[in-house]
Write a protein that binds this ligand. Structure first.
Ligand code: 16G
Ligand code: MG
Length: 542
């Protein structure tokens, strides 16, 4: 660790004057050309975090579902989780330090976090397919090496694959082999085992159209296909050979516009799904015989998966508890169905994977999904050991149920929500239950809903409580929302400052689309008036 070398290299990755960035919900994100210094400094920080935890740390270069011109970076903690909150603060401090202060801030962090600087450091790096990602990941490597850290650059990876690599390396190979081949082997073996039990009437169950958002998911799914092709054949669209990343395609586009991605050839009743740009989100959809588009979002995915898991848990007769974690964006019908029909306890957390993940860790089997398609199932270590033991000991039907659960455990990337894992689990469940996509969709009917954005001078004037479902400030806003909600049937509305964009988000649902649209509009007006709206007043019809 040589302060002069750090100063010299830092100057080669200089921070643009006056630029201030925040480590947000999923790391730093902005236009790629503003990120060189952040990447270098996150290389430095990853070394400190690795020394402190005496473990391998991951650095992923991606801006997920955002436009191709953007980029971003996030750090992955030892067990494949998101970076600890106190280190998010260190990350923000370091990213915003003036050039002359970089070394001092590094020393401050080391002191505050009791980092042993003599300790060795190891960092693994992955990146998505953005044109800027290769250069930016080189800046991360510069940061790692100047502080004397060792590294392995995996090159192109999906975000969940990088989480997997970090987890494998820190569990001395017990979880799996830290290579893409190890990842493919682990997931596909579990998938093939699980689907062996399925009775498939015909090939229609076994083929799936996948919109890869022109992102890294396409490359990785193509590499992986030979491993699972006995059980499923995938047809890739928006595979990056011509279109632009996330442009008119991908999970975010499909979910927010409620329409099919460009470039996908959809025939009626065919099962289709979309990944986002770094393959940690997935939504399903189909078009019916009348040509109407039907979206199957994260809530319905959670419902399918949790009902399947609950049946298996009942079958093996062990009292392992299961819980479902959602956010305020979960459709009211999904929450009602889970609680009242399936009798599964449901919990609500703040938006952002780390909050859901944290809550899901409280259960033996914690299912978490955001409506937008981020999610997974976590099994506690004790539940995993118990189930794997039962898969050897039990007899007949019970044994089969335990074996299936054991396969599901291996199939979910326990380090992070993963579009590929989720897709394989969903496909296995549909095949095992002989469910068509329409039958799955018919589990419950979504309440009509609308999301809007409002521009305000300072979105931080809005603070919330009760997992973002109630506004605490500005004064009077929550009362206004309550009064508006009373005007509609089956209605609900909330507002929150976005963690990724300079806007306030408004969500409303009600018994009809007209009511949901009108409620969302009225709530937007209340935000505009009470929370310092700027620019044009929200107008009906958005
Ligand atoms: C980030 C989060 C996502 C959340 C979204 C909300 C991760 C990996 N990603 O993309 O979970 O739904 O932010 O965005 O945590 P918003 O705050 O702008 O509404
Ligand atoms: Mg993503």
């Amino acid at each position: 660790m040589d302060p002069e070398a750090v100063r010299k290299y830092s100057a080669l990755h200089a921070k643009p004057d006056g630029l201030v960035l925040q480590y947000g919900t999923a790391g730093f994100r902005t236009k790629a050309e503003r990120l060189d210094h952040v990447m270098f400094r996150m290389g430095l920080l990853a070394v400190l975090r690795s020394k402190q935890t005496k473990s391998t740390i991951g650095v992923m270069v991606t801006a997920s579902h955002n436009p191709e011109e953007d980029n971003g970076v996030k750090l992955v903690d030892p067990l494949g989780e998101m970076l600890a909150p106190s280190w998010e603060e260190h990350a923000t401090c370091l990213a915003n330090a003036e050039e002359r202060d970089v070394w001092r801030v590094l020393m401050d962090i080391s002191e505050k976090a009791a980092v042993n600087l003599q300790q060795e450091a190891f960092v693994v790096i992955g990146r998505d397919t953005r044109p800027s990602s290769e250069r930016l990941s080189q800046s991360v490597i510069d940061g790692v090496t100047v502080l004397g850290g060792q590294f392995h650059d995996y090159g192109l990876l999906t975000t969940p694959q990088l989480h997997y690599m970090v987890y494998c390396r820190n569990s001395s190979g017990r979880y799996g082999e830290a290579t893409v081949d190890g990842y493919y082997q682990k997931l596909s073996t579990a998938f093939v085992e699980l689907t062996k039990q399925a009775f498939c009437g015909g090939n229609e169950y076994r083929s799936l159209k996948v919109d890869c958002a022109n992102g890294v998911g396409a490359l990785k799914l193509r590499e992986m296909e030979p491993y699972f092709s006995q059980g499923l054949s995938v047809q890739l669209f928006n595979d990056g050979t011509k279109g632009k990343l996330n442009h008119l395609c991908g999970a975010d586009f499909v979910k927010s516009h409620q329409r099919p991605p460009q470039g996908m050839e959809m025939k009626s009743s065919e099962r289709c799904c979309s990944f986002d740009g770094d393959a940690d989100r997935i939504v399903y959809y189909y078009s019916d015989t009348d040509g109407h588009f039907h979206l199957i979002d994260g809530d319905k995915i959670a419902t399918l998966i949790s009902s399947f898991l609950k049946e298996l848990l009942v079958e093996i007769g062990e009292s392992l508890n299961i819980g479902v974690v959602q956010t305020a964006y979960a459709n009211g019908s999904s929450t009602r169905y889970l609680e009242e029909v399936m009798k599964v306890p449901v919990y609500c957390t703040k938006t952002g994977v780390k909050h859901l993940h944290h809550k899901a860790q409280e259960f033996d089997v914690g299912v978490y999904f955001e409506a937008n398609g981020h999610g997974t199932v976590l099994f506690s270590k004790a539940a995993e050991m118990k189930i794997k033991q039962l898969a050897k000991e039990l007899e007949d039907k019970k044994r089969k149920a335990a074996q299936m659960l054991a396969n599901v455990i291996d199939l979910f990337n326990q380090a992070a929500g993963d579009a590929i894992s989720d897709m394989l689990v969903i496909e296995a469940i549909l095949a095992l239950k002989g469910l068509t996509v329409q039958e799955w969709d018919a589990l419950y009917t979504d309440l009509p809903n609308r999301q809007l954005k409002v521009k305000v001078a300072d979105r931080q004037v809005i603070s919330t409580t009760d997992a973002e479902r109630q506004a605490v400030t500005p004064p009077g806003l929550q009362e206004a929302i309550n009064d508006l909600v009373k005007k509609y049937k089956l209605s609900r509305a909330f507002v929150r400052p976005s963690g990724t964009e300079d806007v306030v988000r408004v969500y409303a649902e009600a018994d009809s689309q007209e009511s949901a649209d009108s409620l969302a509009h009225e709530v937007s007006l209340a935000v505009f008036q009470l929370a310092g709206g700027v620019g044009e007043r929200p107008h009906p019809g958005f």
